[in-house]
Design a protein around this ligand. Structure first.
Ligand code: PAF
Length: 280
């Protein structure tokens, strides 16, 4: 695997590969790689002829400084995992490479409100940081297809919208959530859970399944989830929303449009998110 820290060197390498008619798949990550990330690499390897994975813990998408400080980092192990998947390129940029004009200068575009709900509302400024870093990475890598996990379903919608607004010629592909055997959605943050928290954590997915299976109104599903969390000793619910997959606007009643349930919850200091399709 080729490892680059310089964006100029990486862009030069990719230009040479493009001349050989390679199409480029891109998997942006913040490292602490797990099976969810590796499934994106595998999908990219299937769909493209050259896969680039970036590892960069993006400071501008963290609205809480302690969260940025505690975010797990293990680059040596990440490189081993990428090597084992035959990933072609790993890009490990510094902040100077990604933000040559400084981290204060963020992209300011109209995302049609997709960035204002749920994660956007509960983590102010989060999506400004996400779209800025992804746009900067796209400018360097110029991928044909970029792969994102559906665990961050809202992020996927926001990035799709960003590519439309900025007219970026890239296909955005969403890939299914990968879960551990207990049902916990794979996340780099899972590494920070204590054994007790990790054993309890499948509660999030189980509650989503209960809400999905409940034969009732949207409000009844919401009430069920709130009650389940109120009764749980370890969890605090941050939000639970049922929303349209297209607009991410809260659904008032069931409709033929694809709807999804979205959740964020704290266990100790760790904030986990998950989601589930309801009617598709
Ligand atoms: O999903 C993530 O890991 C990050 O939000 C991303 C897309 C790599 C941007 O920093």
């Amino acid at each position: 695997m080729n490892v680059f820290t310089s964006k100029t060197e990486l862009a030069k390498f990719l230009d040479q590969e493009r001349i050989k008619d390679k199409n480029i798949g891109f998997v942006p990550t913040m490292g602490a790689l797990h099976q969810g990330h590796l499934s994106l690499i595998q999908e990219s390897k299937k769909r493209t002829s050259l896969t680039v994975c970036s590892i960069y813990v993006n400071p501008t998408q963290f609205n809480v400084q302690s969260d940025l400080k505690n975010y797990p980092r293990n680059t040596a192990k990440d490189i081993e995992l990428l090597d084992a998947e035959n990933c072609d390129v790993c890009f490990l940029p510094s902040t100077n490479e990604i933000y040559p004009n400084g981290v204060a200068k963020l992209l300011n575009i109209d995302l049609g409100g997709l960035d204002k709900r749920m994660e956007g509302k509960h983590r102010p400024g989060h999506f400004d940081g996400v779209v800025t870093v992804v746009n900067n990475l796209f400018k360097i890598i110029n991928p044909d297809i970029a792969f994102f996990g559906e665990k961050d379903f809202q992020q996927l919608a926001v990035i799709r919208k960003m590519t439309q607004v900025l007219n970026i010629n890239v296909e955005i592909t969403g890939c299914p959530i990968i879960r551990d055997p207990g049902g916990l959605a794979m996340s780099s943050r899972n590494e920070m859970l204590t054994d007790q928290e990790w054993l309890a954590a499948p509660f999030i997915h189980n509650t989503l399944l209960e809400a999905k299976d409940l034969n009732g109104t949207i409000q009844e599903k919401i009430d069920l989830v709130i009650k389940q969390f109120e009764n749980h000793a370890l969890f605090t619910l941050d939000y639970f929303d049922i929303a349209s997959e297209r607009t991410l606007k809260p659904s008032i009643e069931e409709s033929s449009e694809a709807q999804r349930a979205f959740i964020a919850a704290f266990i100790g200091n760790i904030r986990l998110i998950d989601n589930i399709a309801l009617n598709n």
